[in-house]
Design a protein around this ligand. Structure first.
Ligand code: PMV
Length: 333
């Protein structure tokens, strides 16, 4: 028996970083996916084949606490620790520690770009392996296990990435709980700077700034929370689409300024943000941890102009859509 599951990438629309301090955030799944095939193997080993995870292909085997790299590419190896944890957690959950599992991964999501590649690979792995072992998990339960994987691998995480990857659509997320918001088909362009920031380091940097200057930083974090509340009200309102976009665009620009103020923007991120606005985007901001990675722009009827501006500005544009579906089983043979 072989099971194929997939899970989407995400963007944080509003509220990255402030979400770490208990404020809400809004995230959306986007239509780039990671695919994971899971099957049994005769040994007790976990075997991971990463055919294409947007870094050169490699095969890694884990057995009895030893890791065999058939080739080693640092960033890819980091992703694989999420896969290994995900498999071990599901085996434990299913009480099937005795089974050897082979997974094979392909992904459309660039690694380390802040689009949730680690969460998507963990969630797709949990989806495939749980079905293989006969566990019936809801998307929300898959998200909870994905959060556990992140805590084990990273030490700290708000859990927003695995939750939105598992559940899909638009989520309003706060302290481990979420509300599904109606999906707005946002005409967005994602701009990838081509470099990646470390989420862990950026979260620590913000924490240091907060400890150093709480009187200044706390109101900024609190304003970020208010931006998210307002965005939620707009998404749920009866306003027509164009007014919603205009108001959300304004909030994106404010949120970008606040993220810059807490120290997570870079010149290349801000260059892409300003280039997008000049090309007609009604809002543009960092998405994710910052320090490199991605920004996104809201650009009704200007997506190709904004994509060109991002390219000229030195970034890689990605015209993408919101994905309504989170983790899903694609095939069972
Ligand atoms: O690096 P990303 O895109 O997964 O963004 C992380 C979002 C943060 O709020 C910075 C951290 C977190 O755990 O929520």
């Amino acid at each position: 028996m072989r099971v194929l599951a997939s899970a989407p990438a995400k963007i944080i629309l509003f509220g990255e970083h402030s979400v770490v301090y208990g404020k809400p955030a809004i995230a959306a799944a986007i239509d780039l996916r990671t695919y994971v095939w899971a099957s049994f193997n005769e040994k007790k080993a976990i075997k991971i084949e990463a055919k294409d995870i947007k870094v050169p292909g490699l095969t890694v085997s884990f057995s009895e606490n030893e890791i065999y790299f058939e080739s080693d590419y640092g960033r890819a190896a980091e992703v694989l620790s999420y896969v290994r944890q995900a498999i071990e957690l599901v085996k434990e959950e299913a009480d099937r520690e005795d089974r050897g599992i082979t997974v094979s991964i392909t992904s459309q999501i660039p690694v380390g770009a802040g689009l949730g590649s680690s969460a998507a690979v963990a969630v797709a792995t949990i989806g495939a392996v749980s079905r293989l072992l006969g566990l019936e998990l809801t998307p929300s339960e898959v998200g909870k296990l994905g959060h556990k994987v992140e805590l084990l691998v990273q030490g700290a995480s708000s859990g927003i990435d695995p939750t939105v990857s598992a559940v899909g659509g638009f989520l309003y997320y706060q302290k481990g709980s979420f509300e599904e918001l109606p999906v707005l088909e946002l005409p967005i362009v994602v701009g990838y700077t081509g470099t990646s920031g470390s989420t862990k380091e950026l979260v620590s940097k913000v924490r240091r700034n907060l400890e150093e200057m709480p009187d200044i930083m706390e109101p900024i974090i609190s304003s970020m929370g208010k931006v998210v509340e307002r965005a939620r009200e707009i998404i749920l309102s009866d306003y027509d689409r164009d007014i919603k976009f205009k108001l959300l665009g304004k909030l994106m620009n404010i949120n970008h300024g606040l993220l810059d103020a807490i120290g997570v923007s870079t010149k290349s991120l801000s260059d892409l943000v300003y280039a997008s606005r000049e090309a007609g985007a009604i809002g543009a901001k960092i998405t994710g941890a910052g320090g490199g990675g991605c920004m996104y722009a809201l650009a009704p009827s200007k997506q190709s102009e904004v994509a060109t501006a991002i390219k000229i500005g030195g970034g890689m544009p990605l015209i993408t859509k919101i994905s309504r579906e989170g983790v899903r089983i694609e095939d069972i043979t």
